[in-house]
Design a protein around this ligand. Structure first.
Ligand SMILES: Nc1ncnc2c1ncn2[C@@H]1O[C@H](COP(=O)(O)OP(=O)(O)O)[C@@H](O)[C@H]1O
Ligand SMILES: [Mg+2]
Length: 230
């Protein structure tokens, strides 16, 4: 049923270290197939189990996000034999990374122009974390802007390292990963991370965000000490 639902030969959209992304047509709907392939350097049994885990984690976290009102691609089908996820293709989207780079190259004062986007990222993550969803790999390449970027239709993707956890430490580390990724990919964006945090706190349901930000500060300090020792 599934493979025959390709109406055309799939096109490779991206080829990463972990997975290949194909575009295709799934029963008339624009679809991407994310296929995790075997890693030659890992023991085959371990490799199979890890790959399977990531595929399952990705689907589970995406479902959880949707139930919490966070945009993620609709999952059409999962093939755990070949570790393929068939999901909604946002064909008219750009990654947040691409968008930030574009604004930096086309706007004399990019930070004010990017503030609404930073606010949207912060409120999305606040909602995600108050639902105890940890992303595990928060980068600007793992967020899409669907359609007109000004509409701020933010779609979260790439949940292979995602899991459910309520403790503040894991949420603090998630934010720290994003901070590092943001500042290394887009220099001089500290002000944007501040906007992300302000809106994270506002959107976080309950009092939990105070503890998360405290953990973030602790993780930053540990990171700094490691850099000084190294
Ligand atoms: N549903 C989607 N719609 C449009 N583009 C996507 C979608 N999913 C992934 N992409 C594109 O493919 C890239 C890699 O996908 P991702 O899930 O992040 O895999 P990887 O694990 O290789 O990073 C993304 O950065 C984005 O450019
Ligand atoms: Mg990715």
């Amino acid at each position: 049923m599934l493979v025959s639902s390709y109406s055309q030969m799939p096109d490779v959209l991206k080829q990463g270290a972990e997975a290949k992304i194909f575009t295709c047509d799934f029963q008339g709907r624009p679809c991407i197939v994310k296929e995790r392939f075997p890693k030659g350097y890992r023991h085959p049994v371990l490799d199979r189990s890890l790959t399977n885990q990531r595929t399952k984690s990705e689907v589970r976290s995406m479902m959880r996000c949707r139930n919490s009102g966070i945009l993620t691609p609709t999952v059409f089908f999962v093939d755990l034999e070949s570790n393929k996820i068939y999901m909604q293709y946002f064909s008219n989207s750009s990654t947040v990374r691409e968008h930030i780079i574009k604004v930096h190259s086309s706007t004399p004062d990019p930070i004010p122009a990017l503030r609404p986007l930073a606010a949207k990222i912060g409120s999305t993550l606040g909602l995600m974390h108050s639902n105890n969803i940890i992303h595990g790999d928060l980068t600007t390449s793992n967020m899409l802007l669907d359609g007109d970027p000004d509409e701020l239709s933010l779609v979260m993707i790439d949940f292979g390292l995602g899991y459910t956890e309520s403790v503040a430490e894991d949420k603090g580390v998630d934010l720290y990963v994003l901070e590092r990724a943001l500042l290394s990919t887009h220099p001089n964006t500290e002000a944007l991370f501040d906007v992300i945090l302000q809106n994270y706190k506002k959107a976080y349901v309950g009092q939990g965000s105070v503890e998360v930000i405290r953990k973030l500060e602790e993780v930053r300090l540990r990171g700094r000490k490691r850099t000084m020792v190294g």
